[in-house]
Design a binder for this molecule. Structure first.
Ligand code: HEC
Length: 459
């Protein structure tokens, strides 16, 4: 059954998810890495009795709590909101499959918030031992959320035997979980060090304190860069064959994949040559901001690639990008696409009651309607079936540009077998007659072949 869903002009709804998630991920990984940083460093500062360093950590904690708790929570809710609108079916399956994991994650989140507030607001009032324990509780529960959510997002790329056995543990402990947890933990360590560099470079004047922070946070940053690379390679090796092929076939993904490794490499060498080998050398806000920028670029492209290689699925082998379950396609093709969805049927009923025969949609009658009506119906089918991956005339992978200059016969061939043209597209899920409605619409959307090209066959 096709759910009604969210039409976002030009950008397409999944791109809104991509934007919100990238912003969220950049904050959420800092929430984990920064928590571990504060835990290790507060312990160190208490043990060595370094009051200056403690005072700095308190200032950092304020920045940290504001950014992670406020913005992190808002963008986190933003993800639920956008995925629920854009992919109700996939969201429902993720909620149902992982009820227990989500519940555990919410407990971790609650523990995180409470311990972060206690850690910051009771700074001078708690004995050192309890203060240290609080921040470790924060750091470890934040990391536990990363493990759980990392495993769930990994499930979307390779659910393993879950589609057959429906086993919670085989879903959670999927093949992609470990690589993602390794690279996400690495990302958390690296990103948080980069935020610390920038914050320290802007707010600290004392060179001695600078030197201390540099030397303390460079090692986790270098370790983080190595973990991202190791996790990334393992991720690639364990990808399903179709995802590897999708990665190689799409130019933009090729470029992004390269960018990811180049950006991580640049960050690694800048940190190695700068703070690690030559402390105090180039520790300026400009340097810190550039390294952070490379880190953010590497991270965002990584997330984008991870999302994009799943096509034609939203959840691999479970939910297709056309918002259908693979196992329901045969029945929907048999019954008719318009007839099978309550909302598509309601649309036909409202606009063309005469095309309803014995309570069922009669597509032959729809095909006899004037062209403008057929185009309108085709546009509606496009929304449900294709708009998840294609904008219309302009924007993200716009179908108009893809079929510029195509003949109706070419469009017809593609609509009836999109999965033969590109394995990254879901199969056509309607009847041949319904395909004609979509063909009528696409023929209207397709621009003419650009003029002035040689040889001109006079089209
Ligand atoms: C799950 C995502 C997804 C869905 C849903 C989807 N497509 Fe595609 N489509 C793709 C991808 C990926 C490509 C390759 C794009 C590229 O090369 O830029 C593509 C390419 C195309 C092309 C160009 C093919 C070629 O040979 O050059 C057309 C036309 C097209 N899609 C039309 C459609 C139509 C019509 C629908 C709905 C019936 C649809 N797509 C649904 C992902 C999708």
């Amino acid at each position: 059954m096709h759910n009604p869903w969210w039409y976002v002009p030009e950008l397409t709804a999944p791109m809104v998810i991509a934007i919100v998630s990238v912003v969220h991920v950049l904050i959420a990984h800092y929430a984990v890495g920064g928590g571990l940083f504060l835990a290790v460093e507060t312990t160190h500062a208490h043990r060595t009795g370094n009051a200056d360093y403690l005072a700095y950590l308190k200032r950092h904690a304020r920045f940290f709590v504001l950014l992670t708790v406020v913005l992190g929570a808002i963008t986190g809710v933003g993800i639920w909101w956008t995925i629920g609108l854009a992919s109700p079916l996939a969201t429902r399956i993720l909620i149902r499959t992982f009820v227990f994991a989500w519940a555990t994650e919410y407990v971790c989140f609650l523990v995180e918030i409470v311990s972060a507030f206690v850690f910051y607001y009771y700074w001078e009032r708690l004995p050192a031992g309890i203060h240290i324990t609080t921040v470790w509780i924060y750091g470890l529960s934040a990391w536990a959320s990363l493990v759980i959510i990392g495993a769930i997002t990994a499930f979307m790329l390779d659910p393993g035997s879950w589609p057959v056995d429906r086993d919670f543990w085989s879903a959670l402990l999927n093949r992609q979980a470990l690589p993602q947890i390794i690279s996400r933990t690495g990302g958390a360590l690296l990103l948080s060090s980069l935020y610390v560099y920038l914050h320290a470079a802007i707010t600290i004047a004392d060179p001695k304190l600078h030197g201390l922070i540099e030397s303390r946070s460079t090692r986790p940053a270098l370790l983080g860069a190595l973990m991202i690379t190791a996790g990334g390679i393992l991720w690639y090796l364990r990808l399903p064959e179709s995802a590897q092929a999708a990665l190689l076939a799409a130019p933009v993904l090729n470029v992004f994949m390269g960018l990811l490794f180049v950006a991580t490499g640049i960050v690694f060498f800048l940190l190695f040559l700068g703070p690690y080998r030559n402390p105090g050398w180039i520790f300026t806000p400009g340097f810190a901001a550039s390294v952070l920028l490379f880190g953010l670029i590497g991270f965002s492209t990584g997330e984008f690639v991870r999302e994009a290689v799943r096509k034609p699925y939203i959840i691999y082998n479970v939910v297709l990008g056309s918002q259908m379950l693979p196992r329901e396609i045969a029945a929907v093709r048999e019954r008719g696409y318009l007839e099978s969805g309550p909302w598509t049927r309601a649309f036909v009923q409202a606009r063309h009651p005469a095309a309803i025969d014995g309570g069922k949609v009669d597509v032959k009658r729809l095909l006899a309607l004037p062209e403008a009506d057929r185009v309108e119906l085709g546009a509606m089918i496009f929304q449900y079936h294709c708009n998840n991956c294609h904008a219309i005339e302009r924007g993200y992978s716009p179908v108009g540009a893809l079929i510029q200059g195509w003949t109706p016969a070419m469009i017809r061939a593609l609509v009836n077998e999109p999965d033969s043209a590109r394995f990254t597209m879901p199969p056509w899920s309607g009847t041949r007659d319904e395909a004609e409605l979509l063909v009528a619409y696409l023929a209207r959307v397709a621009p003419k072949r650009p003029s002035g090209m040689l040889p001109d066959r006079g089209r």
